[in-house]
Every structure is written in structure tokens, then in C-alpha cells.
Design a protein around this ligand. Sequence first.
Ligand SMILES: Cc1cc2nc3c(=O)[nH]c(=O)nc-3n(C[C@H](O)[C@H](O)[C@H](O)COP(=O)(O)O)c2cc1C
Length: 207
Amino acid sequence: MSGRTLAVVSAGLGQPSSTRLLADQLAAATERALPAGTSLDVRHVELRDQGHALVDHLLTGFPSPALGRVLDTVVRADGLIAVTPIFNASYSGLFKSFFDVLDDQALVGKPVLIGATGGTARHSLALEHAMRPMFTYLRAVVVPTAVFAAAEDWGGDSGAAPGLGTLAARVDRAAAELAVQLERQDASRVVDPFAEPTPFEQLLGGQ
Ligand SMILES: Cc1cc2nc3c(=O)[nH]c(=O)nc-3n(C[C@H](O)[C@H](O)[C@H](O)COP(=O)(O)O)c2cc1C
């Protein structure tokens, strides 16, 4: 089996960021879950570095060179880990803006592991009522286990809700599911949004 590339997008605002920490743990667990001999090229994307460029892109329709490279990283990756802090019971605006400017074909058929951090485990279902539907709309292959880390999860095992297991166990389960999907992927599959541009005649509506 040849190597795989993995884009890891995290939208935390803090420094250090618990969202980035969860993203790191998910990426490391995915690497461990792949068969021996499979190399994984992990590319981290911190959206806080692209905040201004994302707003500019939304207003002008064009990415800055740096944001363009970040978008390209996600387009070309074999798989994606996407982690957001929960703001007001949903994904953050920064996180949503990134996927709003990403080409809407970029995630079609791409394996995606979703995760979130928050102050309270009561908002863990934001993964299921907000994040998963967005990625399903974009026709990504979202793995069944989504990982939420509440503040108490970072302190040890005591905060684990009954039946959910520890954060480490949830991370390992989700990563194993992503690794299976990555193994199935054809490594040569790259969705290039510019490969088949819309003809000018069509853009101009025949005028
Ligand atoms: C504006 C705002 C709204 C928030 N809303 C929620 C919320 O609805 N539910 C929740 O569990 N945590 C909420 N939080 C806490 C954040 O999810 C938490 O600070 C975040 O996971 C920290 O991530 P970071 O360390 O990567 O920046 C909110 C935080 C902010 C700043």
C-alpha cells in the first residue's frame, strides 16, 4: 500500500488550543491505526491564521495566495480531520467560513473524521445536528464515530459519560474508522476543481 495524505483542519482560537490538541491526537491515532509500512503525510491547517483572508475571500470571491495553498492542501488530501470549537451550540463561524469558500466538489467521496471541543458535554450532539449534516451535504464520507472533548475530558477519565468510554478510547475508535476508509481510497484520486472549468459561453449565458 502506498502513502496517504491527511489534511487536519482545526479552528481553535486559544493558544494553546484544546481544539488543536484534539486534532493532533486524532491525527496521531490515525497514523497508528494504519497498517505497518503505510506512510501518512499529515498537513495541519490552523484556521485562526487564515481569519482575515477568509473574510476577504468571502467578500471578493478570490483567495489570498496563502489561503489558496491551504485550500489546495485540503482538496488534494486523501482524507480530512476537521475539528471545531463549539460556539453557541454549533460549529464556529471561522470553521463554517472555511468550508463555505472551499470548492463544493472538493470533499466528494473524501473520508472525513469530525471532532469538536466545548465547555460542556451537553453540547456534544452539535457534532450530529450541525457538523455531520454539513459534511453530508458536501458528499464527504463521514466516519461513524465523531469525537467531542469537553473541558472535563482533559482532566482524566472521571468525566466520561456512562457508555461513552474515555476520550482516548473515542479517539482510537474514530481513528481506526478513518484508517479503514483511507486504506480503501485510491491514492491517485485527486479532485481538481480547475480540471474541467465551466466554458465561458456557459458563464455568459450565450450572450
Ligand atoms: C463565543 C463562545 C461561545 C461558546 N459557546 C459554547 C457552547 O455553546 N457550548 C460549549 O460547550 N462551549 C462553548 N464555548 C466554549 C468553547 O467551545 C471552548 O472555549 C473551546 O472549546 C476552546 O477551544 P480552543 O482552546 O481551541 O480555542 C463557547 C466559547 C465562546 C468564546
